[in-house]
Design a binder for this molecule. Structure first.
Ligand code: DHE
Length: 510
């Protein structure tokens, strides 16, 4: 209790008294790398939107001890523990003003690699369709793996704190990678070189690439905008400020591509709406029942017209059926879900999805004469399996704790799901697609977080991350479930196989 009162009074003092000390300490020690407005520079942005997500070592210890393998030094010799605590409190304060981040600012952030030399054919001899990327968040790199030999073809530096799946051009040659600070990096897998990067937002959620590979949509929290980039040269094609039908500004929960509709579909975080942003030549002729309402009819001068659909609840994340007509959305409350029919622009079913489903990592497979969708839950030790023809839950598979990611492959009879949270974070369940039973529980490194799976192109091997700083990617035989090889890596997170991604394998999230 006494501790609580002391902390509250420290907090009150820090918030009410002018923050001369932490502000001054910021200017003297941090500003050079993290920017005058805490929006990043050489180092990442230091704002609550980014720091709130900070996992692992907390802010105070990073300031005190520095961050290994980065240019972040330790300040324990320069600042007292009290000053470090105060600085951490200051950094968690929201910015008083969010600076404009429109086309001009975005374009001026663009840095193209002057040494980049395009290669029309790969400079390596591996199967281009079996290249697999492993994101290493420990030191902000990506390893480019040959999916047959598991040799590393390249290991390149990414912007700080990559989040979400990288997106490949349809031919698998270029890949786009996004960081939480809104940087988008373009990398040429043939030439094994970075092409360039641009800061499309100040704090971003994820990216989606159009089915023709021409456009990249960047969903931002800060500012409330959707940035559309040309994939060719990363130039800005459009910045759309995001406001609901009634003018309420909103963050974007996530954006995904809907190839047959030639659109990007996004859910809004602060307004109960789904948006569809068309990039095709003449969307009204696609035969959809458009609900342009306050956007008015499609204007030919706007190459990216928006359709706004009101939803019964806010959507935090969502998933498409194979036809891309239906959107399965998770409600913010985490207590259920809804199915929105994009053709008629209305909710058509409710989903029994308690426990905060993580729909972004949902997958589908054929099950008898129907198709099922399965999703892990961030707050429940279960995987829910839903029949996509009736939208009914056909099974809840109990797991050893809440999970983040799941994966399968057309050629595999198994589904892999992790247990990301809690005492069993070191296990990976393997579920039989037919019996819907857990058939094996792997515990490759006792006590280490084990998460996220990706398959090789043929589904023959499954790559699993040991999500620790001195971690590894473990390669399993996907049939015998035996370990084949271990590749040491720095806190590997997601892995992404070119073929599985560009063909929209039903076993992978899109
Ligand atoms: Fe993610 C994908 C949202 C926290 C690692 N995460 C996604 C996607 C969304 C999302 C919408 C799909 C984007 C895509 O691929 O285009 N993530 C959220 C959250 O709302 C949440 C819960 C809170 C937040 O911090 O924003 C969250 N995510 C995390 C983490 O804490 C993880 C484990 C570590 C990290 O890097 O921040 C994490 N998310 C990932 C990864 C993917 C991802 C590795 C890509 C998975 C894939 O296989 O495609």
């Amino acid at each position: 209790m006494i501790r609580l009162i002391v902390s509250l009074s420290v907090l009150a003092l820090t918030l009410t008294a002018p923050m001369a000390d932490p502000v001054q300490n910021y200017v003297e020690n941090c500003q050079e790398c993290h920017g005058a407005e805490r929006l990043g520079g050489l180092g990442p942005a230091l704002i609550p939107q980014t720091l709130g997500r900070m996992r692992g070592p907390n802010l105070v210890s990073v300031i005190r001890d520095g961050r290994e393998a980065t240019q972040m030094p330790a300040f324990s010799e320069t600042l007292s523990s009290e000053q470090i605590e105060e600085l951490a409190v200051f950094l968690k304060q929201p910015l008083a003003d969010v600076p404009p981040w429109g086309e001009v600012e975005i374009m001026s952030s663009r840095v193209m690699n002057e040494d980049y030399k395009s290669a029309d054919t790969p400079v390596w001899s591996s199967d281009p369709m079996n290249i697999t990327l492993a994101v290493e968040t420990g030191d902000h790199h990506v390893s480019v793996l040959d999916g047959d030999t598991f040799e590393t073809l390249d290991r390149f530096e990414t912007p700080f704190a990559v989040h979400g799946g990288p997106k490949f051009t349809p031919n698998g040659r270029f890949v786009f990678i996004m960081s939480r600070d809104g940087w988008v990096q373009k990398y040429d897998l043939y030439a094994l070189q970075e092409v360039g990067r641009i800061r499309a937002g100040l704090n971003s959620r994820n990216i989606a690439i159009s089915h023709d590979g021409k456009w990249l949509a960047v969903a931002n929290y800060l500012p409330n905008s959707l940035t559309i980039l040309s994939t060719d040269d990363l130039s800005v094609a459009k910045v759309k400020s995001v406001k609901g039908k009634d003018g309420t500004p909103s963050r974007i929960s996530a954006v995904y591509q809907a190839p047959p509709r030639e659109s990007f579909v996004l859910a809004l975080k602060d307004v109960p709406e789904i948006w569809e942003v068309f990039y095709g030549p003449n969307p009204p002729q696609m035969g959809f029942a458009h609900d342009w309402r306050d956007e008015g009819p499609v204007k030919s001068e706007d190459p990216f017209p928006i359709r706004k659909i009101t939803t019964p609840d806010y959507l935090d994340d969502f998933f498409f059926d194979q036809s891309y007509e239906y959107v399965m959305g998770a409600s913010r409350s985490g207590e259920g879900g809804q199915v929105i029919d994009l053709v008629i622009g209305q909710k058509t079913a409710d989903l029994d999805l308690p426990g905060m489903p993580h729909l972004g990592s949902g997958i589908t497979w054929k099950y008898g004469d129907t198709t099922v969708m399965a999703t892990p839950h961030l707050k429940d030790g279960a995987v829910t399996v839903i029949d996509m023809s009736t939208w009914k839950t056909i099974k809840r598979i109990e797991t050893l704790g809440p999970g983040f990611f799941m994966r399968s492959h057309e050629n595999s009879r198994y589904v892999w799901v992790d247990v990301f949270f809690g005492p069993n974070k070191d296990v990976m369940h393997v579920i039989d697609k037919e019996s819907l039973e857990i058939v094996k529980t792997l515990r490759p490194v006792e006590g280490a977080t084990v998460a996220h799976v990706e398959f090789t192109r043929d589904g023959g091997h499954a790559l699993v991350s040991v999500w620790e700083d001195d971690g590894a990617v473990i390669i399993y035989d996907a049939e015998t479930l035996e370990e084949v090889r271990r590749l040491p890596m720095r806190k590997p997170s997601g892995k992404y196989n070119v073929w599985n991604k560009i063909t929209f394998s039903e076993g992978t999230s899109h």
